[in-house]
Design a protein around this ligand. Structure first.
Ligand code: GDP
Length: 291
């Protein structure tokens, strides 16, 4: 399957560069993703579509309840999304500001996405991986106990703003609820909340604080499973199925498809970028368009 895609899309990829039409930058974006496309098909699937790669390990005939293809962009779509995340003089990707209160947050001109999760879930590593084509962006980490935790805003060109929310767990819920609840409830341009869960340990008690908040405010949110490189295939499958069951049976606002990622191997990162580009209204993908 992936081999067929590969044949179909490698040729077309260079057309993507022309289609993007911004000269050198678009060309080098395509070159970067062309490296990915040169991988053998199994490796490509594992890197770009980790959930589909996991599916191969199910017993034939069993019917796992994984929603694999609700968001199912083509490799062309994914290549185009890369350009959104590639810094250039025409696409400035940069740290904007930090805020402890919503009224200190930057203006509402662009659509916004935010990332929340327990301390140590891998949030800063994931954001760094998303910004790997913008190496000058500094993802600030504040891990010192007692240190004020802030919301950090990053501008991604003219496309959207990404917000790194304070991690919960330590001193939660007070810190978290004060700042994060107000943000989630009142931020008008918030398009989607990305809720990070550590795939090694699954959904923990403290994760429920965030899940309950998203549900209570009827926010659309997405579950991202971090650190998928850390577990054996069997352990990962078990965790993914448990989390999928939780999403299917216990949530209303969570997007049914899970997004497994690794900030070490970059598995799932390209797909997540494409999803973000889509839900912020910057990229139409095959058969899938959020309003
Ligand atoms: P944060 O507190 O949520 O921002 O978490 P960090 O991004 O600082 O990550 C916490 C720890 O997990 C660090 O030691 C990271 O190196 C590690 N980590 C984060 N993401 C991954 C991953 O995808 N794979 C592996 N193996 N380790 C990770």
């Amino acid at each position: 399957m992936a081999a067929r895609w590969l044949r179909l899309h490698v040729g077309r990829l260079f057309a993507v560069g022309a289609e993007l039409g911004s000269g050198r930058r678009a060309y080098s974006t395509s070159q970067a993703f062309a490296e990915v496309l040169r991988l053998p098909s199994k490796q490509l699937t594992k890197l770009v579509f980790p959930l589909q790669e996991l599916e191969r390990h199910f017993v034939p005939g069993s019917r796992p309840d994984l929603h694999l293809k609700i968001f199912d962009p083509s490799l062309d779509d994914i290549a185009r999304a890369e350009s959104v995340f590639t810094a250039s003089s025409r696409n400035r990707i940069e740290y904007l500001s930090s805020a402890v209160r919503l009224d200190h947050a930057p203006d509402l001109r662009r659509p916004e996405v935010c990332f929340i999760g327990r301390s140590n879930v891998g949030k800063s590593s994931l954001i760094k991986a998303l910004f790997s084509l913008a190496p000058e962006v500094e993802v600030r980490v504040s891990k010192k106990p007692g240190h004020t935790k802030k919301m950090n805003f990053f501008k991604v060109g003219k496309y959207f703003t990404l917000v790194d929310m304070p991690g919960y767990g330590y001193r939660a819920p007070e810190d978290f609820v004060d700042m994060v609840e107000t943000y989630l409830k009142e931020r008008k341009n918030l398009m989607r909340t990305f809720l990070l869960v550590d795939s090694v340990v699954g959904i923990q008690k403290t994760d429920n604080i965030a899940i309950e908040m998203c549900e209570e405010f009827a926010l659309p949110y997405v579950m991202v499973l971090t650190k998928i490189d850390k577990s054996s295939k069997g352990h990962l499958l078990k965790q993914v199925l448990q989390i999928q069951k939780f999403v299917d049976t216990k949530t209303q606002g969570c997007f049914p498809q899970l997004f497994p990622v690794s900030a070490v191997t970059y598995s799932g990162i390209h797909l997540l970028k494409c999803f973000i580009a889509n839900i912020t209204g910057n990229l139409k993908t095959n058969g899938f368009q959020f309003s």
